[in-house]
Design a protein around this ligand. Structure first.
Ligand code: NAD
Length: 533
């Protein structure tokens, strides 16, 4: 690792950015220098902030879909007009390259606000629920806001990630209380600024700042839903805490994403795609490629192309066209460097390693070969710019190895044969599988996002996100069309026989019996008189 401001040197000893007197140190990871201090929200103020947000939510809800859409579009327009300024803060506080700050943060956030604002009415209109036993009844689901959605965010996409939850939550008529990561609280302040300066109704979007204690306080503060994105260990704590109040949670957690290069893949395209999906954002994406399984017939050619492409990349984080930024924080840089050290000590071969700047938080973008199961980098989430390469011989072996992980966020298959790739995609244990691409769908507002196994619970984005942040009420009205309330008292043998006839009429395996039964039963259901005897 290049020279950094380490935990030991930093003014706060216990935590690299949380001080004992209640401040967050917002650092510049490219230099390891302090940018500014941000006041933590006192834990006991969190319930009050949620209560205030709940009060503001009532006014927000009454604006209706069109009123809310207009306000949300003002926010996305503001972001369009301030792209450079937003990218500058993200690059400075988060360590991102300028290009990634624009593509992965600003562009996505603009699009998410617009998409959910424009599609909420359609997604949240009443949904008919036809009843085969009572076809004439009026039966439907309605949606109303859950109230306040609590959003607990990580540092790696400090604007896009909270906005991907804020946009559907707001469009559905909720207020939101967002807790940014302590490692990206400057981006939290930027969110506050964006909403304030675009003239968004006051009080509907609130931010609370601090570490895990502030996040935990938010969960217990009476919010209607917690949208959590972060590591798997913290996700488990969040779920346990939410269980105390039965607060619904969506958990977007860690990954160890595999990519499978079939022997018929376009190797140039695959090398280009894997390089980006492994190294961009310095590998600090939940869906970064962290394991590449390559058919033995094409292994050497693929490796050579990948390394040749990697050598073209530029490590000049302060320049606008740099390929690499910095790691976001000292802890993450140390974690990745430890994995690299462990892998090298146990015999992993370095096929490529980038040079590093002299100061700041860094781990060298690295391509590894001969990685074995006893190395942490082979199985633990790295969350850094490390691409380990593995050989395989058969399709079944590749699928088994890809699935051999407690995580299941995303995966990719690279092949010129689309049908074959899609067939294999169905065998992968992952929330998202992409063909001839990787890590692209987080930018699609329409596409459901989330993982299986220990990568999370529930899905975000897509029109379902709007329904996730809504209470569902099912409404049933038979409108007097059900003359025979056959389930009610009094119970007698005649009624018992009728119940058996109903069972046969709708479910018997014989079509003839079903038709005969329904011809007899349906008129009695609809027009029969209640049997009072
Ligand atoms: P983290 O789990 O350390 O922290 C996430 C957030 O939780 C922070 O805001 C933190 O302050 C808060 N927190 C910590 N303890 C808490 C507690 N007990 N109760 C409530 N909140 C608490 O994660 P991180 O280091 O910020 O982010 C990196 C992780 O996030 C990686 O594992 C990455 O894979 C994952 N991630 C997942 C997705 C996804 O969509 N699946 C997206 C981005 C990041």
């Amino acid at each position: 690792m290049a020279e950094t401001t380490t935990q030991a040197e930093s003014p706060a000893r216990k935590h690299p950015v949380l001080t004992d007197d209640g401040y967050i140190l917002s650092m510049n990871p490219r230099t390891g220098e302090l940018r500014c201090k941000i006041k933590c929200t006192p834990v006991d103020e969190v319930p009050k902030i949620v209560a205030e947000a709940r009060a503001a939510q009532k006014r927000w809800e009454t604006l209706g879909f069109e009123g809310r859409k207009a306000e949300m579009l003002k926010v996305s327009q503001y972001m369009i007009e301030h792209m450079d300024e937003l990218a500058e803060v993200l690059a400075e506080e988060n360590g991102k390259t300028y290009v990634e700050a624009v593509t992965m943060e600003v562009l996505c956030s603009i699009d998410f606000m617009g998409f959910f604002a424009k599609n909420a009415r359609k997604a949240l209109r009443d949904q008919k629920v036809p009843l085969h036993l009572m076809p004439l009844a009026r039966s439907y689901v309605t949606y109303k806001p859950v109230g306040v959605v609590g959003i607990i965010a990580p540092w790696n996409y400090p604007i896009t990630t909270p906005v991907s939850d804020m946009a559907p939550a707001l469009a559905a008529g909720n207020a939101v209380v967002v807790k940014p990561s302590e490692f990206s609280s400057g981006a939290g302040q930027l969110i506050e600024k964006i909403f304030k300066e675009s003239g968004f109704p006051e009080g509907v979007v609130r931010l609370v700042y601090g570490g895990g204690d502030v996040g935990a306080a938010l969960i217990g503060a009476g919010v209607g839903h917690i949208a959590f994105t972060g590591s798997t260990p913290t996700g488990k704590k969040v779920m346990a805490k939410a269980a105390e109040t039965l607060t619904p949670v969506t958990l977007e957690l860690g990954g160890k994403d595999p990519a499978i290069i079939l022997e018929d893949a376009d190797l140039d395209a695959a090398a280009e795609g894997i390089l980006w999906a492994g190294f961009s954002n310095m590998g600090q994406t939940c869906a970064s490629v962290e394991r590449v399984y390559i058919h033995e017939k094409v292994y050497d050619r693929f490796r050579d192309k990948l390394v040749a492409e990697a050598k073209k990349l530029k490590m000049k984080p302060a320049e606008q066209d740099s390929s690499f930024g910095a790691m976001n924080n000292v802890m993450q840089a140390e974690k990745v460097n430890e994995q690299l050290k462990d892998a090298k000590a146990k015999g992993a071969k370095v096929a490529y390693e980038s040079e590093l700047p002299e100061t700041g938080y860094y781990a060298a973008p690295t391509i590894l070969e001969d990685v074995t199961g006893d190395m942490s980098v082979s199985c633990d989430e790295t969350f850094g710019p490390v691409i380990p390469l593995f050989r395989y011989q058969t399709e079944d072996e590749a699928i088994a190895k890809a699935n051999d992980s407690p995580f299941g966020l995303t995966a990719s298959i690279w092949s010129r044969n689309g049908d074959r790739a899609e067939r294999l995609a169905r065998r992968l244990e992952a929330g998202v599988v992409t063909i001839n691409d990787h890590m692209i769908t987080p930018g699609f507002a329409e596409a459901p996002w989330g993982g299986v196994k220990q990568s999370g619970i529930g899905r975000i984005k897509s029109l379902d996100a709007l329904r996730n942040y809504s209470e569902k009420t099912y409404i049933f009205n038979d409108r007097g069309t059900m003359g025979n309330k056959f389930w009610r008292y009094p119970y007698n043998l005649k009624k018992l026989n009728f119940l058996k006839e109903i069972a046969v009429a709708f479910n018997d395996k014989s079509l003839a019996k079903r038709i005969k039964g329904q011809l007899s039963v349906v008129p009695r259901l609809l027009f029969g008189k209640p049997d009072k005897s």
